[in-house]
Design a protein around this ligand. Structure first.
Ligand code: HEM
Ligand SMILES: N#Cc1ccc(COc2ccc(/C=C/c3ccc(C(F)(F)[C@](O)(Cn4cnnn4)c4ccc(F)cc4F)nc3)cc2)cc1
Length: 481
């Protein structure tokens, strides 16, 4: 027992260690061990000493770690590179990733979002009109399946462009599914194994990448007939600081990375939102009323500017991400001994660091009655208001630029569903526009309720890379028209 290392979670077997208890229910694992050992403790995950540091200080320690001390690509590349393709994200030096994030962010402008809202609203409306399961006046649907389809159609059309969207109706959907099979935590260990799903993943990656490269060649040759604000156009015309234009295969691979990022995070989050609205039908009525009050009883077609007039609609996403954040564990390799501020601990390079921002997001110290899904808590005068809202001290958060624009360090924040620091998410604004538009359109079309009329909520599936609802997750819908 080394007094300079955090306490070790008891385990019977070497290698397996606490993998199974952690993997089954990470939030419960974090809470139980935090109650036992405090904010910093170590457990064995697949043979690796994994040091968890929770709470705002723990989030800051890991997410704002210096490049010389912590490394993300060493941990993630085995999982992401076979799926995304080579030379992008975690298959290149961090400096190159920072430039790639700058390119991606250039496409995510207010002007682009202005064009995305009608696209997303249109895709949602036509999905609800065309899908056979929504034909009857009322019925029961498996909501995660529906939200996965709505998410891929809305994200591919807005973010990837209409050429990619049109291919999702035939070939791309099946290829995307095969690519997705490789996106599993088991591949942290078995990414190299010639397993059936890894061969399908590799075939799908090559095929999807070549479809993207064909579209790129076509768009370069024929110029851009219709002015689209999609991501691909910006990436195709980007140049690295050293003067190298971004090669077509890197554009294709970044597009796959963005498709995977957006798909999993948004379909999980939108599924949870719909399940919560079915559990709390009165909130769904409030949302409709909010639109009528703000936009008029005739409910005109949604515009980007309308979203800012719907605070409850916005709070739905914030509150859902507080309880159901899709990424429950953020990991870094330790490269140099790291003293943990305020403790006698020094984390050695053999360890992996694990940040779990969800722990402070469900800590009663920061969010009264934390397990209650209460979107109103984000209004300043609510009794459940988090301290960061109540005392209005949204203190000028310290911001820092890692090469892709100013990002909040989030130091001290108990609410970080999009991470913080150098690896912080660049998709937050797109995700919010996409999710707010999907919710606003859904509220106009349906009333939701639980099949048994109860206020139950289905459990969480932690076995995949992104936590999501267990399936099937059925709810009852009733058309409003
Ligand atoms: C509800 C939706 C989303 C959530 C909750 C979310 C969450 C996160 C989190 C927690 C991180 C930090 C990962 C780490 O530090 O290791 C991250 C990074 C990132 N996300 Fe998202 N994300 C969402 C949507 C998106 C979308 C729509 C895109 C693309 C359009 C995207 C692209 C990225 C990228 C490029 C990074 C940077 C990774 C790095 O720098 O290492 N995300 N996201
Ligand atoms: N036996 C067993 C056994 C062992 C363990 C377990 C459970 O253990 C764990 C441990 C860690 C994790 C980590 C989640 C994790 C991390 C990185 C990524 C990512 F990189 F992929 C992403 O951030 C994703 N992203 C960002 N924004 N939106 N999506 C991303 C970045 C940039 C990019 F361009 C595209 C991207 F999509 N994705 C997910 C999940 C489960 C179960 C069973």
């Amino acid at each position: 027992k080394n007094p300079n290392e955090p306490p070790m979670v008891f385990h019977w077997f070497p290698f397996i260690g606490s993998t199974v208890t952690y993997g089954m229910d990470p939030p419960r694992f974090f809470k139980e061990n935090r109650d036992k050992f405090g904010d910093t403790f170590t457990f064995i995950l697949l043979g690796k000493k994994t040091t968890v540091a929770v709470g705002p200080a723990g989030n800051d320690f890991i997410l704002n770690g210096k490049l010389k001390d912590v490394n993300a690509e060493e941990i993630y590349t085995v999982l992401t590179t076979p799926v995304f393709g080579k030379d992008v994200v975690y298959d290149c030096p961090n400096a190159k990733l920072m430039e790639q994030k700058k390119f991606m962010k250039i496409a995510l402008t207010t002007e682009a979002f202005r064009s995305y809202v009608p696209i997303i609203a249109g895709e949602v409306q036509s999905y609800f009109k065309k899908n056979a399961d929504f034909k009857p006046k009322t019925g029961i649907i498996d909501i995660p399946k529906k939200m996965a389809e709505i998410t891929i159609f809305t994200a591919s059309h807005a973010l990837q462009g209409s050429a990619v969207r049109s291919r999702f109706d035939e070939t791309l959907a099946a290829l995307y599914h095969d690519l997705d099979m490789g996106f599993t935590p088991i591949n942290f260990m078995l990414h190299w194994a010639p397993l059936p799903w890894n061969r399908k993943r590799d075939y799908a990656q090559r095929t999807v990448a070549s479809i993207y490269m064909d579209i790129i060649k076509d768009r370069r040759a024929n110029g851009d007939a219709h002015e689209e604000h999609d991501m691909m156009k910006h990436l195709m015309n980007s140049t690295y600081k050293n003067g190298t234009p971004v090669p077509d295969h890197e554009v294709a691979h970044m597009m796959i990375a963005l498709l995977m990022a957006g798909q999993h995070s948004s379909s999980s989050t939108s599924s949870w939102i719909m399940l919560r609205l079915a559990q709390n039908p009165e909130i769904m009525e409030e949302l409709l009323q909010e639109q009528i009050n703000a936009l008029g009883a005739d409910l005109p077609p949604l515009q980007y500017e309308d979203l800012a007039k719907l605070p409850l609609n916005q709070a739905i996403i914030k509150e859902t991400l507080r309880i159901h954040a899709p990424i429950h564990s953020i990991m870094r390799a330790v490269k140099q001994p790291m003293p943990v501020p305020g403790t006698k601990y020094v984390i050695p390079p053999s360890h992996v660091l694990l940040a779990a921002p969800g722990v402070s997001a469900s800590d009663p110290q920061y969010f009264p009655n934390p397990d209650a899904w209460d979107p109103h808590r984000w209004e300043a005068d609510s009794p459940n208001a988090p301290s960061i809202v109540r005392n209005g001290a949204v203190e000028e958060e310290e911001k820092i630029d890692y090469g892709y624009g100013l990002v909040s360090k989030g130091a001290g924040s108990p609410y970080l569903p999009f991470g913080a620091g150098r690896h912080r998410c660049i998709g937050e604004q797109f995700a919010n526009v996409q999710l707010q538009t999907i919710v606003a359109e859904t509220v106009r079309a349906f009333k939701f309720s639980n099949v048994d009329g109860s206020r139950n909520l289905i459990g969480t599936d932690y076995a995949s890379l992104f936590s999501r609802p267990l399936e099937p997750a059925k709810i009852r819908y009733e058309r409003r028209d």
